[in-house]
Design a protein around this ligand. Structure first.
Ligand code: 2M8
Length: 435
């Protein structure tokens, strides 16, 4: 049984692997290389084809800009099955953009610190992997320096995102209140995602108008960070993004210590780490809700909703034992009734929850993977094991879907699997869960 499902996962990954040495998240729907997908995908490969794992990391890091920025999509190839593509994003507008690859001018969560660390744990030939890490690690470090230098607006260790696509949790209800502060033009364009996936499971046309408009504002200023910070209507501190940065700082420190030398980099990371942890706990923890929340910098207020990102700091080690316990209690109380799989991407008790619509409610395997490791880190093993078991059951029963309905008995559909099928990170992380 275990071998069978692992073999299926391997098939999914191998079919999505492309000649250029990178892996698409899902055929048709996502035909390029995405930043955080690529990290999770590398972990799946590492268990059975270490060369592909290395290539995956190399190809994404090769698209780094001269200022350390790593884009969220790298357009290695042409494809007309996705919108918006390279012609819309126009990364060349930024003077320090990669000359080699076209990309977007926005980023995604900085997963590569902990990805390199996990690759080291998985690899049989530790010296060979350490040599590989030694060649790549400065790029990841430079990416962290980029964030602290350009995106830590208040010098409190918390870095902002300027677009909902940077969060990875694209159409979350978290952003609804921000959309009401904007009035973007009605764009004319042909949606491609809804030709692959039922429209009821994707963002609305009006939501896309908002997404495109923020990019247009950034483009008007050649993707200049300072201008974006001044003008973007979307400017948010995300507990998921910052928790991942903190977890990756920690991994980089460990790896540099393992490699030897690099004291200046270790010192910088340690210093930032303290600030980031304290910023996260003081600015993003919401006592009333008992979890971390997002912060809208443009309107200077917390965004007081619970979602799976609210628990992501568990993975970073930022919460102390008391806070970790609180987080687990909140998760159980609001997301964990017996009739549900963990962990819905948005608060199932809230009226904005939608069990089928993308990041407005469904369960995502990459979030579950981080929550599993976060809960384990704090010794909250029962809940961790439930998350892992739920993830495996969802995939075994439904297939390698992009996201899943959290309701165990689902009145709306025969399957709990939605979005793209043969989805790479669902396959990769199943392998990592089972090996
Ligand atoms: C989804 O996002 C892209 C835009 O980046 C899209 O909807 O077109 C998100 O789930 C994101 O987190 C993910 O990285 C990407 C590719 O899987 O798809």
């Amino acid at each position: 049984m275990k071998e069978q499902i692992i073999n299926k996962a391997i098939q999914v990954l191998d079919n999505n692997f492309q000649k250029g040495g990178f892996t698409i998240p899902s055929k048709g729907l996502y035909p390029f290389q995405w930043k955080w997908d690529s990290g999770f995908i590398a972990l799946g490969f590492a268990h059975y084809d270490i060369d592909k794992a290395k290539q995956e990391v190399e190809t994404i890091l090769d698209a780094q800009w001269e200022n350390g920025f790593i884009p969220h999509i790298v357009f290695h190839n042409d494809s007309d099955t996705y919108f918006p593509g390279p012609e819309f994003h126009q990364s060349h507008l930024h003077p320090l953009a990669s000359k080699k690859y076209r990309s977007t001018g926005m980023t995604q969560p900085p997963v590569f610190g902990f990805i390199l660390e996990r690759l080291y744990e998985i690899a049989d030939d530790k010296q060979d992997m350490l040599d590989f890490i030694n060649k790549q690690i400065d790029k990841v470090y430079d990416n962290h320096v980029y964030f602290y230098k350009n995106r830590d607006l208040n010098q409190d260790g918390l870095v902002y995102i300027y677009h909902n696509w940077e969060s990875g949790t694209d159409n979350s209800p978290l952003w609804d209140d921000i959309w009401t502060t904007m009035n973007p033009p009605e764009y004319t364009f042909e949606r491609r995602d809804t030709s692959h996936v039922d429209a009821s499971q994707r963002p609305s046309k009006r939501e896309y108008d908002h997404y495109l408009h923020i990019i247009d504002i950034a483009k008007e200023h050649n993707y200049d960070d300072a201008k974006i910070a001044e003008l973007s209507p979307f400017l948010v501190l995300d507990p998921l993004f910052n928790a991942i940065l903190i977890r990756s700082n920690e991994a980089l420190i460990n790896l540099y210590q393992q490699i030897g030398g690099h004291q200046d980099k270790i010192d910088f990371l340690k210093q930032q780490q303290l600030k980031s942890i304290s910023g996260l706990n003081s600015k993003l923890f919401n006592e009333e809700l008992g979890a971390y929340v997002h912060y809208d910098l443009r309107n200077d207020r917390q965004i007081p909703y619970l979602c799976s990102s609210s628990f992501a700091p568990l993975y970073s080690g930022a919460p102390d034992a008391d806070k970790a316990k609180r987080l687990a209690e909140t998760m159980l109380k609001r997301f964990g009734d017996e009739g549900r799989y963990l962990c819905a991407s948005f608060d199932p008790t809230h009226d904005r929850f939608n069990p089928k619509k993308y990041w407005r409610g469904p369960v995502w395997i990459n979030m579950n993977w981080m929550l599993y490791h976060g809960l384990r880190r704090h010794g909250i093993n029962d809940l961790a094991d439930r998350i892992k078991a739920d993830s495996l059951e969802l995939i075994e029963k439904n297939g390698f879907f992009e996201y899943f309905d959290s309701r165990k008995s689902n009145p709306d559909s025969e399957t709990n699997g939605y979005g793209g099928n043969n989805f790479s990170w669902s396959a990769a992380l199943l392998i990592d869960f089972l090996k």
